[in-house]
Design a protein around this ligand. Structure first.
Ligand SMILES: C[S@@+](CC[C@H](N)C(=O)[O-])C[C@H]1O[C@@H](n2cnc3c(N)ncnc32)[C@H](O)[C@@H]1O
Length: 473
């Protein structure tokens, strides 16, 4: 946990949380970090905003930097990630059901509860700062309610709340770990199904998924080496991808790094690099010059594949259905032998006969929950079958567009079996293609299981939970 001690605690000294003050509303002590965090939580709830887009914009607009920006980031992302667990604890401490608590007040309670349970901010400061914000906005009555709830929460630490509220681990291991690591049960169950265990490894997977990830960069082939990029950025060469660099946590906005601004490098998870490289490494007889990326936006993998195919004298066609995302692909592949097409990958109207095709299909993103703080509470189990249908259709289309002997990589950023092996086995059967062992095309990557597909994991590989299957047409 980060040790964010506020510079000016609203109530210095004393370990008891404050009692609500009577009298007229008064403005809170200046607290730009917490106010920015609270407003972002609201935008996430009210407008379906993405915290990792809304917060940086707000920080920039208000010129919040340094320590305050770090505190706002920790509180916002942390409260978003832990939301389900926080809500159960708040509900246990509230005289009213949460459905009857004003949503704005609930945002503030989540922010306060997060500080109490998952930071080293002193309890009195966590409570006082939250109560002050509630009082300033909603008056003394609700401030009194907030104070009472937060004081009750502060009577136990996180582990004691887990002991009190989580299902018994022996009887319901998935429910227990889902509460402990603040995941919806259905997602914890999907992880358990993919890992084949409800034991220690599921715990490691959920714990790693609950932590803030490091930023990874890709050094664009032909422009800069990973060694040079690491030297310039102060990062470290990645363990598995020859183009990868890992930045230290909290290294600032990677978009501001010169090699990223200049287009020599891009922010990209090492897992995304590895699945793209697997497609390029699979053995191929005959020509190898026409490549296709069927779901290309915003263009991370298209940029890596485009750089590699350009160096080899070939071309990449990149298809993307959403015009604004196609524009992002254009920007990320500027100067490369890449043609961007706005269209539906299920029928893009392109000449078949591609040598290598990537289907990086739209998915639940359950493999990248670390990067989207609110996503785990927004996704619904009903999203899965709808996406799996689209994934099958896109993969079938990729097979049709590939020449005999060519290779298709099917990739999703999810370990959910319905989106991974379920889709692949169905298409293999219907299209009569061969699934080849993907593991040899992830050289030096340990712990890849029984194959033939590869499932990467944060707790094993330090990457997003990317899935990759290779098909020979
Ligand atoms: C997982 S993302 C691809 C990420 C991308 N490959 C990268 O590395 O930056 C899936 C993309 O597919 C696009 N998409 C959704 N349905 C599509 C369709 N029917 N045809 C083509 N693209 C589609 C989405 O708009 C989204 O940009």
């Amino acid at each position: 946990m980060t040790d964010h001690r506020p510079r000016k605690p609203s109530r210095p000294g004393g370990s008891r949380p404050p009692r609500p003050r009577r009298g007229p509303a008064r403005p809170p002590a200046e607290d730009p970090a917490r106010l920015a965090a609270l407003e972002t939580l609201r935008a996430v709830r009210d407008r379906d905003a993405y915290a990792n887009l809304a917060l940086p914009a707000l920080l920039k607009q208000r010129r919040i930097t340094g320590r305050d920006a770090a505190l706002a980031t920790e509180l916002t992302y942390g409260a978003c990630r832990a939301q389900g667990m926080l809500d159960e604890i708040i509900a246990d401490c509230s005289a009213r059901p949460l459905t009857e608590v004003d949503p704005k007040l609930l945002d503030a309670l989540r922010l306060g509860a997060y500080q109490l349970l998952r930071t080293r901010i002193p309890s009195h400061a966590a409570v006082a700062s939250t109560v002050d914000m509630v009082r300033s906005e909603s008056g003394s009555k609700l401030a009194g309610f907030a104070n009472a709830v937060l004081r009750r929460i502060s009577e136990r630490d996180e582990q004691q709340w887990v002991d009190r509220l989580a299902p018994d681990r022996a009887q319901d291991p998935v429910g227990h770990l889902a509460f402990r690591y603040a995941h919806p049960r259905w997602i914890a169950q999907a992880f358990a199904d993919a890992l084949g265990t409800t034991g220690a490894e599921l715990e490691s997977a959920l714990a790693a998924d609950d932590a803030r990830p490091a930023v990874h960069l890709t050094a664009r082939p032909g422009e800069i080496s990973a060694e040079e990029l690491a030297a310039i950025t102060g990062g470290e060469e990645a363990p598995y991808s020859p183009y990868g660099v890992h930045l230290e946590a909290g290294a600032g906005d990677p978009g501001e790094l010169e090699p990223v601004r200049e287009g020599f490098a891009a922010v990209q998870d090492e897992g995304s690099q590895l699945v793209s490289l697997a497609l390029t490494r699979a053995g191929l007889e005959g020509p190898d010059r026409r490549w296709l990326d069927l779901c290309a936006g915003p263009g991370g993998k298209a940029a890596l594949l485009g750089a590699l195919v350009t160096l080899d004298g070939g071309t990449l066609d990149a298809v993307e259905q959403a015009p604004h995302r196609a524009e992002l692909v254009r920007r990320s592949t500027d100067g490369l032998a890449v043609d961007v097409h706005v269209g539906d990958g299920r029928d893009p109207g392109l000449e078949p006969g591609y040598d290598r095709v990537l289907v990086d299909a739209p998915c639940t993103g359950l493999g990248a929950l670390r990067r989207r703080p609110e996503a785990r509470w927004r996704r619904r189990p009903a999203d899965v079958p709808e996406l799996a249908k689209l994934q099958r259709e896109l993969l079938m289309s990729a097979v049709r567009l590939t020449r005999p002997g060519g290779v298709v990589a099917y990739v999703v950023c999810s370990p959910h079996l319905s989106e991974t092996d379920g889709v692949v086995s169905d298409v293999v059967r219907r299209a009569g293609v061969e699934q080849i062992d993907a593991r040899p095309h992830f050289p030096d990557v340990p712990d890849l299981g029984d194959g033939p597909s590869v499932q990467l994991w944060p707790h094993k590989h330090g990457t997003d939970a990317m899935f990759c299957a290779l098909l020979r047409v």
